[in-house]
Design a protein around this ligand. Structure first.
Ligand SMILES: *[C@@H]1O[C@H](CO)[C@@H](O)[C@H](O)[C@H]1NC(C)=O
Ligand SMILES: *[C@@H]1O[C@H](CO)[C@@H](O)[C@H](O)[C@H]1NC(C)=O
Ligand SMILES: *[C@@H]1O[C@H](CO)[C@@H](O)[C@H](O)[C@H]1NC(C)=O
Ligand SMILES: *[C@@H]1O[C@H](CO)[C@@H](O)[C@H](O)[C@H]1NC(C)=O
Ligand SMILES: *[C@@H]1O[C@H](CO)[C@@H](O)[C@H](O)[C@H]1NC(C)=O
Ligand SMILES: *[C@@H]1O[C@H](CO)[C@@H](O)[C@H](O)[C@H]1NC(C)=O
Ligand SMILES: *[C@@H]1O[C@H](CO)[C@@H](O)[C@H](O)[C@H]1NC(C)=O
Ligand SMILES: *[C@@H]1O[C@H](CO)[C@@H](O)[C@H](O)[C@H]1NC(C)=O
Ligand SMILES: *[C@@H]1O[C@H](CO)[C@@H](O)[C@H](O)[C@H]1NC(C)=O
Ligand SMILES: *[C@@H]1O[C@H](CO)[C@@H](O)[C@H](O)[C@H]1NC(C)=O
Ligand SMILES: *[C@@H]1O[C@H](CO)[C@@H](O)[C@H](O)[C@H]1NC(C)=O
Length: 827
């Protein structure tokens, strides 16, 4: 009996020993040897000894527990390897983590000193190993020691990249020497806190690449690295800390940012289906990213040859060297500054902000105060907002030469550079826009900017509240908008005005045979001009009370929107009480005539449909974000997508809601512009619209393209659901593929289809704030990263809100449920 108890007791002890080793904690005086590890509670990370491929050295590190490729994210003794397997990792009673050479007992590595009483080590699922006082839960928040304070080459979600101003700890990344040697390599990645904080990568002691200052949304030198559906950014700048951090929206995704031995900083994501890391994002490194390649006041533009030039108002310091492509001397002011009161600032757009090592900042000042401040100090050469988020705030000043400026095609920053009075005059005299006196304009610019911002805010405010305020007379939206645009807009317009007689002739007197379609805004006719160009003419309904001048302004604005996925507006006609728009003519019919047609649907295989989905997304992104007008379409639907001869999708009728703005809607107070089946619930129900209501329509469109059925006329015998509801049901049963149009079965790409349905469902979520924006949609469609799970979709079932439906039908002309307002289909 006693023997049995003894054996049993032994087994218990044995079991408890092995279990400790698989646990997530390390207790004081416990020893970890090379065949033992600690594993985080959810088995995400593992800490122990490892030996890199092709190396005989041994290290203590942390790696992902549950993936097939051993990926080390942290190394303790990177510069003091063990050459054999007899190492011992111990947590001392004082709370210090030690790595000992077990053969001669020498200390290989240790964490910093501390004076703990009852320390315990714990590996968290974030990949952080912390040492804290046992039994004191609060000390876990602020541990005695944590591996996250000592970065190696990997920035994990939640890690702080930057400086603790209290302790002086400057958390930066240092690359490995090579894939098989974790020793400190030559590249390091810092948040440089001299001047306004900026991201830099050094090679040895030299500044090699500047990610630049944080502008509130991204690092100015890496505009392609923006927040999206997968992670959000956090940049903290206060008296105690300066750091950058990213966090995952879906914590189960495995994402890491690594400074590779080559010096390239890469965002990598684990793709389970492929069992490998795939590149998610990396700053686009080109020759303009080489630090200060064009010298002081030089401007690098990768699309130019040579790519260096001087900023406007500047000239090469040494013309002969400059000619020989030696740009190191850079540029100087054409007219030297002498700090007289006439000096002012010229606005430069779409730039990477210059090196901020010698800069000054104040986070609460406004742009106007900022200009004043810069102007009052003779050595101040440039200024801008330090934070462009929202309406812009904060002040950032530069002193001396401006270094390392480049241009970006989009998402660049704005910089105001000091120039002499005469330089400003001549630059302004040369540009077509200015006729007023240079000096006065200069002083007015920042004020005008602020006023503009305020006016735009008012416009947006009204857009969102218009429904509620519709009883009032006239919407200020368009009048204000027009006033604004008139100031800047009138000079460079080249919108052809077509004469009424020309169009009458082209369309055969608007013959019924030429009619392509009819929508709420009026009928569309096909026409042929005398030069044989084929056009589509939209003859707008006469109900608009908009005056011809306002109308023209609106058309000019819309005509400036140019994108390959938008139908091109060629011109307009305003004569007598006629208003007409002239578009390019697209020979293929609308997308609806393909996907909803039993025979023609076979003409669009999956790859064609997938590129159509992507094209529409890009066109919509342009309307929402990239164009300077920020257009909300409000009537996106399959029949408003036209196809050119190469089956490229083109969005039509964008800007109609805007053009018909103010009065038209006032006159029809109950009218919600849009089409039943595509309208987001908050828009159909309460008239609240935003870019997110367009995203909703886009989601419906995607689902329709995938399954070849109309949302509205979809009938499922079992569920009595519309298409969205049906898709949602199948998605939850993991049977999304049942949605797919029969004619796609042969051409389908399962993962693209599943991804499209998933994105479609994300877009039709009930609450606008849950829906992604179009930037995220494009990223989601284009990557293999995991997607957040969609929440329940929002349905707008017409019967429940009769009034809104009827009101929209006041313009509808088509017979069935599709209450269209506009149509521009080749028929
Ligand atoms: C680890 O190795 C030691 C000898 O080196 C051995 O005594 C011990 O049982 C091993 N532990 C495990 C869990 O394999
Ligand atoms: C290890 O060496 C082999 C053969 O030389 C090479 O193919 C492999 O890439 C190396 N692995 C690493 C991590 O360097
Ligand atoms: C480990 O990964 C596999 C798939 O690779 C997954 O099925 C399993 O749930 C994961 N285990 C844990 C503990 O995360
Ligand atoms: C212990 O052994 C290592 C090699 O295994 C050697 O580098 C180190 O100098 C030795 N330390 C002492 C104190 O002998
Ligand atoms: C810890 O402190 C003691 C005495 O203050 C010092 O001798 C020792 O070098 C320190 N150790 C470390 C790792 O900082
Ligand atoms: C600390 O956390 C543990 C479990 O998380 C809990 O049981 C305990 O009550 C907590 N102690 C304090 C002092 O909050
Ligand atoms: C930038 O401005 C936004 C909005 O005004 C604010 O929420 C954010 O905290 C600011 N960022 C920094 C780094 O100051
Ligand atoms: C920043 O500017 C504001 C307003 O001009 C001022 O009140 C504040 O003291 C300034 N802060 C610093 C640190 O200079
Ligand atoms: C101008 O700014 C520089 C740098 O901040 C400063 O050293 C200098 O005192 C300032 N000069 C005046 C007149 O304010
Ligand atoms: C003004 O433009 C003309 C011709 O475009 C150019 O030759 C001249 O250098 C410009 N002047 C300035 C001051 O930029
Ligand atoms: C620019 O135009 C203003 C008046 O429009 C004129 O006074 C000034 O001399 C011009 N400057 C140059 C450099 O031509």
């Amino acid at each position: 009996m006693s023997k049995i108890i003894l054996i049993f007791g032994f087994l218990v002890i044995y079991a408890s020993i092995t279990r400790t080793h698989a646990a997530d904690t390390l207790t004081a005086n416990q020893i970890i040897r090379s065949n033992e590890t600690i594993v985080s509670p959810l088995q995400t990370f593992e800490l122990g000894f490892f030996n890199p491929a092709n190396s005989t050295n041994h290290y203590v590190g942390i790696w992902y527990k549950n993936i097939s490729t051993k990926t080390v994210v942290w190394v303790a003794n990177r510069n003091t390897p063990l050459t054999h397997t007899s190492g011992e990792l111990i947590l001392t009673r004082q709370g210090v983590l030690l790595l000992r050479d077990a053969i001669n007992g020498s200390l290989v590595w240790s964490s910093s000193n501390s004076s703990a009483r009852n320390p315990i080590g714990r590996l968290l699922d974030t990949g952080n190993f912390i040492i804290h006082e046992e039994g004191d839960n609060t000390s876990q928040e602020d541990p005695i020691w944590q591996s996250f304070d000592f970065l190696t080459d990997t920035l994990l979600p939640g890690m702080k990249h930057g400086k603790n101003l209290v302790t002086g700890n400057d958390r930066h990344l240092v690359s490995w020497k090579s894939a098989s040697d974790p020793a400190s390599g030559e590249f390091s990645d810092w948040i440089d806190t001299r001047g306004y904080p900026q991201l830099i990568i050094r090679q040895g002691g030299e500044l090699m690449f500047r990610g630049g200052p944080w502008n509130g949304l991204w690092f100015t030198g890496t505009p392609n690295l923006k927040e999206n559906g997968f992670f959000n950014f956090n940049f903290v700048l206060n008296k105690k800390e300066i750091y950058f951090q990213y966090n995952l929206v879906d914590p189960s995704a495995l994402i890491r940012l690594v400074l590779q031995p080559s010096g390239r900083s890469e965002g990598l994501i684990w793709i389970n289906s492929k069992q490998q890391w795939s590149l998610y994002t990396a700053p686009q490194i080109d020759r303009c990213d080489q630090y200060a390649v064009c010298g002081p006041f030089g401007l690098c533009n990768i699309n130019n040859s040579p790519f260096c030039s001087c900023l406007p108002g500047f000239e090469p310091t040494s013309p002969s060297q400059w000619k020989n492509t030696d740009w190191s001397q850079g540029c100087r002011h054409k007219i030297p500054l002498d700090c007289n009161s006439g000096e002012g600032f010229k606005k430069y757009s779409n730039l990477k902000l210059p090196d901020t090592q010698e800069s000054w900042y104040n986070q609460t000042m406004t742009l106007v105060e900022c200009e004043k401040m810069c102007k009052s100090n003779c050595s101040c050469t440039a200024y801008t907002n330090s934070n462009i988020s929202g309406t812009g705030s904060g002040c950032l000043l530069w002193f001396g030469a401006l270094l390392d400026i480049r241009t970006f095609a989009e998402n660049g920053d704005t910089l105001y550079i000091r120039l002499s009075a005469s330089e400003l005059d001549s630059i302004e005299n040369n540009s077509s826009s200015s006729s007023s006196a240079g000096r006065r304009v200069r002083v007015i610019v920042p004020v005008a900017f602020v006023v503009t911002v305020i006016l735009i805010s008012i416009c947006l405010f009204y857009r969102f509240h218009r429904k509620k305020q519709r009883k009032r007379q006239g919407t200020p939206e368009n009048e204000l908008g027009r006033d604004l645009e008139n100031k800047s807009g009138d000079e460079d317009l080249e919108l052809p005005l077509f004469g009424l007689s020309t169009l009458l002739k082209a369309t055969n007197n608007f013959s019924i045979n030429n009619k392509l379609g009819e929508g709420g805004f009026g009928p569309v006719y096909k026409g042929v001009l005398e030069n044989e160009q084929v056009i589509a003419v939209k003859r707008l309904a006469k109900t608009s009370t908009q005056g011809p001048h306002e109308f023209k302004n609106e058309v000019i604005l819309i005509s400036k929107l140019q994108h390959r996925n938008l139908v091109k507006l060629l011109g307009c006609c305003i004569e007598r009480d006629e208003k007409m728009l002239v578009y390019e003519y697209l020979s293929n019919k609308g997308l609806d005539s393909f996907i909803f047609d039993n025979t023609r649907s076979e003409l669009l295989d999956w790859s064609a449909r997938y590129s159509i989905i992507n094209g529409i997304a890009r066109g919509l992104l342009y309307l929402h974000q990239d164009s300077r007008l920020r257009i909300i379409h409000r009537d996106l639907k399959v029949s408003n997508i036209l196809l050119d001869t190469d089956m490229n999708p083109k969005i039509s009728d964008f800007g109609m809601a805007r053009m018909f703005g103010g009065n038209q809607i006032e006159a029809n107070t109950n009218r919600v512009v849009g089409t039943y089946g595509y309208m987001a619930p908050e828009y159909a129900g309460e008239g609240i619209f935003s870019i997110k209501s367009d995203v909703y329509s886009f989601g419906v469109l995607v689902l329709e393209i995938v399954c070849g059925k109309k949302n509205i006329s979809f009938v499922n015998k079992e569920h009595n659901n519309n298409l969205i509801g049906h898709a949602w049901g199948l998605y939850n049963e993991d049977k999304s593929l049942q949605l797919v149009d029969k004619c796609l079965v042969e051409s389908m790409n399962v993962s693209q289809i599943q991804r499209s349905i998933h994105v479609g469902l994300l877009c039709v979520q009930r609450y606008p704030e849950d829906r992604p924006n179009m930037t995220s949609v494009i990223m989601m469609l284009g990557s293999e990263a995991p997607l957040p799970a969609p929440k329940e979709p929002g349905f707008y079932i017409g019967q429940t809100k009769k009034d809104a439906m009827e009101s929209s039908s006041s313009y509808g002309t088509s017979s069935n449920n599709e209450l269209t307002i506009t149509m521009l289909n080749g028929r």
